[in-house]
Design a protein. Structure first.
Length: 188
C-alpha cells in the first residue's frame, strides 16, 4: 500500500466523523442556565448552530435591570451561516474518506483546530461584549464581568452555569475519530 494512503478502516472512521459533524446540527452546542431564589426551576439560553432557544424574553427582561443588551438571534450573525460551514466541513471529511490521503487528513485536523479556536474566541468575545458593555443608566449598577464559557458564575442573586451541549461533544468525538487514523496509520 502507498505510504501516504490511509487504511480502509481509517476511511470508515472518517465517514463516521462526517456523520457526527452533520448530526451536531440538530443538537444544542452551548447553554447557560440561570438560577435564583425567585427562579428555582431555572431559566435557560440554549444555543444551536442556527437558532437560540430558552426563556430569552424573561432573561432579557431581567438583564435590562443591569443594563445588559438584549439576547436575540439578530445579535448573532453566525447563526445565519454556521450550518453551511458545518455542512461544508462534513463534506470535506467525507472527501477525505474517499481520497484516503494522509496529508489531506492532517489538513482536516488543522481545519478542526482552527475552527474550534475561532468558535471559542467568538463565544468568549460575545460573552465579554454582553458582560462589559453595560448601560450606565441601568436601574442597578454592576461592575462589568465576563461570564465563563464553561463553569459557574454568580451575579447578584443569580448563579449561572455555562455548559457545552451535545452538538459540541459530537464535534469533539468527530475530531477524535480523525486523530485515530493519523496514529493508526503512522507506520505505513
Amino acid at each position: 500500500m502507498n505510504r501516504q494512503r490511509l487504511s480502509l478502516f481509517s476511511s470508515m472512521l472518517m465517514v463516521v466523523s462526517a456523520i457526527l459533524v452533520i448530526l451536531s446540527l440538530f443538537f444544542p452546542w452551548w447553554r447557560m442556565e440561570f438560577f435564583a431564589p425567585q427562579y428555582p426551576e431555572g431559566l435557560n439560553i440554549i444555543v444551536y448552530p442556527d437558532h437560540l432557544e430558552g426563556e430569552l424574553d424573561q432573561i432579557n427582561g431581567l438583564n435590562h435591570y443591569i443594563g445588559m443588551a438584549q439576547f436575540s438571534e439578530a445579535s448573532f450573525p453566525e447563526l445565519q451561516y454556521l450550518p453551511y460551514v458545518i455542512g461544508g466541513l462534513s463534506v470535506l471529511v467525507l472527501l477525505g474518506a474517499v481520497l484516503r490521503k494522509r496529508g489531506y487528513l492532517v489538513s482536516l485536523i488543522g481545519l478542526f483546530i482552527i475552527g474550534g479556536a475561532v468558535g471559542v474566541w467568538d463565544l468568549w468575545s460575545a460573552l465579554k461584549d454582553y458582560g462589559t458593555n453595560l448601560d450606565p443608566m441601568a436601574p442597578i449598577e454592576m461592575e462589568p464581568f465576563v461570564p465563563p464559557i464553561i463553569g459557574e458564575n454568580v451575579i447578584a442573586n443569580f448563579t449561572t452555569y455555562s455548559l457545552l451541549g451535545i452538538g459540541t461533544y459530537l464535534v469533539i468525538a468527530a475530531f477524535i475519530l480523525l486523530l485515530i487514523p493519523l496514529w493508526k496509520d503512522r507506520k505505513q
